[in-house]
Design a protein around this ligand. Sequence first.
Ligand SMILES: CCCCCCCCCCCCCCCC(=O)SCCNC(=O)CCNC(=O)[C@H](O)C(C)(C)COP(=O)(O)OP(=O)(O)OC[C@H]1O[C@@H](n2cnc3c(N)ncnc32)[C@H](O)[C@@H]1OP(=O)(O)O
Ligand SMILES: NC(=O)C1=CN([C@@H]2O[C@H](COP(=O)(O)OP(=O)(O)OC[C@H]3O[C@@H](n4cnc5c(N)ncnc54)[C@H](OP(=O)(O)O)[C@@H]3O)[C@@H](O)[C@H]2O)C=CC1
Length: 561
Amino acid sequence: MKRLNADHNPRNKDRCEGQELSRSGEAAPGTQTGPTEVCRGPAGSSMASVAEYYAGKSVLITGATGFMGKVLVEKLLRSCPEVKALYILVRPKAGQSMQQRVNDMMKCKLFDRVREDNPDFHQKIVAISSELTQPGLAISSQDVATLTACINVVFHCAATIRFDEPLKHALQLNVIATQQLLGLAQQMHHLEAFIHVSTAYANCNRKHIDEVVYPPPVEPKKLIESLEWMDDGMVRDITPRLIGERPNTYTYTKALAEYVVQQEQDKFSIGIIRPSIVGASWQEPFPGWIDNFNGPSGVFIAAGKGILRTMRANNDAVADLIPVDVVINLTVAAGWYTAVHRPKTALVYNCTTGGINPFHWGEIEHHVMSSFKRNPLDQAFRRPNANITSNYLINQYWILVSHKFPAFIYDLFLRLSGQKPQMMRIFNRLHKAIGLLEYFSSQDWEWGSENISMLMGQLTPEDRKIFNFDVRQLNWPEYIENYCLGTKKYVLNEDMSDIPAARQHLRKLRNIRYTFNTLLVVFIWRVFIARSQMARNIWYFVVSLCFKFLSYFRASSTLTN
Ligand SMILES: CCCCCCCCCCCCCCCC(=O)SCCNC(=O)CCNC(=O)[C@H](O)C(C)(C)COP(=O)(O)OP(=O)(O)OC[C@H]1O[C@@H](n2cnc3c(N)ncnc32)[C@H](O)[C@@H]1OP(=O)(O)O
Ligand SMILES: NC(=O)C1=CN([C@@H]2O[C@H](COP(=O)(O)OP(=O)(O)OC[C@H]3O[C@@H](n4cnc5c(N)ncnc54)[C@H](OP(=O)(O)O)[C@@H]3O)[C@@H](O)[C@H]2O)C=CC1
């Protein structure tokens, strides 16, 4: 691709922007012409709609077997039906060959709508064997030749999103693999856009995050060289010093990856998508689709099952959830914009909800609980009743009383009945998981969103509907309700016709709780009465008061009769 003068100041991207959105969400007239100054000039297909642009194009996707990758594949097939081919990099995993994994993926319910429209949709998917942590991404030379000859757009979604990943591994996948993919992209003869999926928390050490790539915490090349000769123990020891104010190796390596991607902006057109906390789908292909326990989903399920009773989170902090279909619509649209308008510098899109349509963790808690009470999960351990608190001591108290104590009793019961204890183990894993998430639920951030507004302004009214990423229309209570139902249907694979039985189970649990509480109070009181004269005096006083009331009411009712 022809090298062009690059503008190295990312803030100059502002010159690329169209007009801001009007309040109604409609772009002001005249905003569809592409920006000129910091763009390489519109490509031939500048007037094409998004679907028209993708017609006849070959697209490369990494991470297509993951949560977001699958939704991206589905959306491209459904809304850009003329796309020529989707090349997906897949590795064999857990005893399954690459092809088996792809076949399973295409059978997934997520693809029902595409299947209806085009039963032969699988013919457009070309699986390429690749292990991203290997040299050359372990792609065969024949496949490299195919990819370099035909790919027009690259979407790089693959990453390790684990918060406890050892630094070396996170660096290998999130940074080194990204570098290698960029190397491959440079060889592509017809590349028009490279879209990198990052995270809104890559710079979570800042309170206000603009749509720019910030200087990296360390020069990636130097870090890669240093870690090469260090053993795992040494790397573990220096990791906290390296990541500094960031909470984990995930956000740290994603920040480095952004920098690595930006370094290539002279060579091809780049877009960087930064989603916040990606949740179930809002509308597409149907509401509530989710397939994993990551982020809030695992927390919701644990609360719905009645296992999670307390978590540290700030009721008033913004819960920056973003539906997966919104992220994917934006990603596809950004691919179109990047290819058609060819911005000279990498454009960053902060894909968040907090500044536009804020909702808070306290509200999430309320709606999740009420949703699971109306539509309970099967075989709940206790009635759903989770509370969030920002107070460390209160949280520790409830962990002891509502997590550890019931787990101990339940495990004792299992032991006595000859079964293997399991509840304490489940709680230990849950505590580890929520401990890693608390950083994100205890504070909030502000994200700039000018590029999102600009992109919306560049779309035709029709495309704004097909690739809708306007979260002002998102109705949170309805979304959370569908999200909770989605965890039940698609993550836990529970049958919706069993909801009446699940409700009955909750009623049984409530009755057990009432009985248990009553017995406990009576027991404690008996112990007090046996040991303390004052308790006995109070007891006699209360009992005599009750008798007096009873005889008064009896007397007054006899008189009125
Ligand atoms: C009503 C209350 C409202 C308040 C609600 C506040 C929510 C506040 C969310 C903030 C969210 C920020 C998100 C940042 C936004 C990104 O940038 S996105 C990247 C998001 N990445 C993640 O969420 C990955 C986090 N997960 C991990 O790092 C690893 O799974 C863990 C947690 C360290 C566990 O690792 P592991 O022990 O090796 O095991 P793994 O097989 O992964 O899972 C073990 C068990 O933990 C469970 N688990 C996994 N993840 C979770 C989870 N998130 N929750 C619960 N259980 C989980 C699994 O279900 C599994 O249980 P079993 O099936 O064995 O019974
Ligand atoms: N989920 C979220 O809340 C958020 C996600 N993001 C970003 O979005 C992107 C996608 O995330 P998400 O879909 O949730 O993540 P998933 O964990 O669901 O998917 C990760 C994908 O990467 C692939 N992958 C991982 N390691 C390798 C490897 N060594 N070789 C080949 N492929 C590999 C996985 O393949 P396999 O199936 O073989 O494991 C999978 O397809 C990531 O870049 C993430 O940082 C950003 C913000 C929030």
